[in-house]
Design a protein around this ligand. Structure first.
Ligand SMILES: [Fe+2]
Length: 159
């Protein structure tokens, strides 16, 4: 851990840095997966999905940035390298996607899995009395919930 004037107890900061690293890796994996769908989706609603996925990926990138920077503030040294992401991501393995609906399901599943992790992280940060990290996780969770709604709406209401 790096020295800091941040007055949270060292034990709290150490645990939060680990949690933030796990979340960072998941956020980066999420972003890359959504970019894959942004590039590869094809079909009658191509432009809507292409543009929607790009917005979701941009937010995932922003979540990753906020998580990494929170880690540094607490004395951590975040690692967002490709090898670390490949080894450490907790998102379930991505399936092959061909149709628009496959891509929508992949993106919705990845978002939902990330959302589950982030919601649990809110509680962990709260238990460790790190209200600021809990607030960051809450903000991310709210964003992810919105994107799950946007994406999975494409799978609902079909006759
Ligand atoms: Fe693009």
């Amino acid at each position: 851990m790096n020295p800091t004037r941040n007055d949270l107890p060292a034990a709290t900061r150490t645990k939060m840095v680990d949690l933030l690293q796990e979340s960072l890796v998941d956020a980066l994996d999420l972003k890359l997966r959504i970019k894959n769908s942004h590039w590869n989706v094809k079909g009658p609603t191509f432009i809507a999905l292409h543009e929607l996925f790009d917005k979701v990926a941009a937010d995932a990138d922003s979540y990753a940035d906020d998580l990494a920077e929170r880690s540094v503030q607490l004395g951590g040294t975040p690692d967002g390298g490709a090898a670390t992401v490949a080894k450490g991501s907790s998102l379930p393995a991505a399936k092959k996607a061909a149709s628009e609906s496959d891509h929508v399901q992949l993106v919705a599943d990845a978002l939902a899995a990330f959302g589950t992790r982030v919601r649990a992280a809110i509680d962990t940060a709260g238990e460790l009395n790190d209200a600021d990290s809990a607030d960051l996780f809450t903000e991310i969770s709210r964003g992810v919930d919105k994107w799950v709604w946007f994406v999975e709406s494409h799978l609902q209401g079909k006759r």
